[in-house]
Design a binder for this molecule. Structure first.
Ligand code: OGA
Ligand code: NI
Length: 341
């Protein structure tokens, strides 16, 4: 399967090929209100006074409930490491197709996979993105090229995992649970971490193609960063809110499907999509945190409200959920519908 990068660089694409035309008409309403995704100073979780800490936990709870997305600042991941990681990813995609070939045609649980669109075996229209996916925890096998990349991936994964753990503790408390409840119940310390790097080359007709169609993410939560170009849009109150000017050195955090399951729907996994532009290549890097692959995630009994409906989701092994998601169209109804009771 040809990468979209190589097709764009061949210089032959003056319009979007039919296979890449994506019909956005069913939901394409862009929010005109000046709404901004909340920003959370996560350093207050660790270094704040008790009052600041409880305030930030409350803010996290509100952001999770009202948006399912928020930005974090003062997270402690050095800017130099973020830059190095972006450069490393760029250099990976800049390897020749021949050099990247050993990572392509891989299966869902292979340690490293390089490809295009989402699942080219079933995608009815293709997405304007190439990807690199690396399972970075509990076992890391990062690409051995370009030189030095695997060390950067290792360090970046470790540092972002620390931030994610801190956030999960804050989220646990925001739900009225013990700080370590979520990480202990779902074994997050030995959990899975999947790094997904998306490369969106410039597109001659950005309005007729899509980088990533509307979808939700699997896992507990995702941390996302990008190069200087925006493209992410978040569904909020039935409209798309573009994430245009994230604060410098921030990460975007979003709740995953397994957060929705374990909170019994209190914190929803929110639909988002990536649009493309006709100017420059956009790169985004997501790291998804989840439990170990064989852990069954079901609603935490403490969060099942007996007076109302009881459990709203059936338990499912993380591994089986991932298989289910991959076998479905990414932009079809959320895979969560398969586990709703
Ligand atoms: C993803 C994703 C958004 C972006 O990788 O799941 O939603 O902005 N990426 O690239
Ligand atoms: Ni996503």
């Amino acid at each position: 399967m040809f990468s979209i990068k190589s097709q764009v660089e061949s210089g032959c694409l003056t319009s979007v090929p039919p296979k890449y035309v994506f019909d956005k008409s069913s939901s394409n309403c862009i929010s005109s209100e000046a709404e901004t995704i909340p920003t959370i100073d996560v350093s207050l979780l660790t270094f704040g006074t008790p009052d600041q800490r409880s305030k930030v936990i409350q803010d996290i709870g509100n952001a999770c409930r009202d948006w399912g997305f928020f930005m974090i600042i003062n997270h402690g991941v050095p800017e130099t490491l973020r830059d190095e990681m972006l450069k490393g990813c760029q250099s990976f995609f800049n390897l020749t197709e021949e050099e990247k070939k050993e990572f392509s045609g891989k299966q869902l649980f292979d340690p490293i996979s390089y490809g295009t669109s989402f699942n080219t075996n079933i995608d009815t229209s293709f997405f304007w993105r190439d990807y690199l996916k690396v399972w970075v925890h509990p076992n890391l096998r990062a690409p051995h090229k370009p030189a030095g990349f695997s060390e950067t991936v290792r360090e970046y994964s470790k540092r972002t995992r620390e931030v994610a753990s801190e956030l999960v503790r804050g989220i646990s408390e925001s739900l009225g649970l013990e700080e370590r409840y979520i990480e202990k119940t779902y074994d997050l310390e030995v959990g899975s971490q999947l790094l997904v790097v998306n490369l969106y080359p410039p597109c001659p007709e950005p309005e007729v193609a899509i980088g990533l169609p509307p979808h939700t993410d699997h896992g507990i939560l995702t941390l996302l960063m990008q190069n200087e170009l925006s493209g992410l849009q978040v569904m909020h109150n039935g409209k798309w809110v573009p994430v245009n000017d994230p604060p410098p050195n921030s990460f975007l955090v979003n709740m995953g499907d397994h957060m929705e399951i374990l909170t019994n729907g209190k914190y929803k996994s929110v639909v988002h999509r990536a649009v493309v532009n006709n100017k420059e290549t956009r790169i985004s890097l997501g790291t998804a945190y989840g439990p170990p692959l064989d852990t069954v995630v079901s609603p935490a009994p403490e969060l099942v409200d007996c007076e109302s409906y009881g459990s709203a989701y059936r338990g499912i092994k993380y591994r089986d959920y991932l298989v289910l998601q991959k076998a479905n169209h990414l932009d079809s109804k959320s895979c969560l519908d398969r586990v709703r009771i």
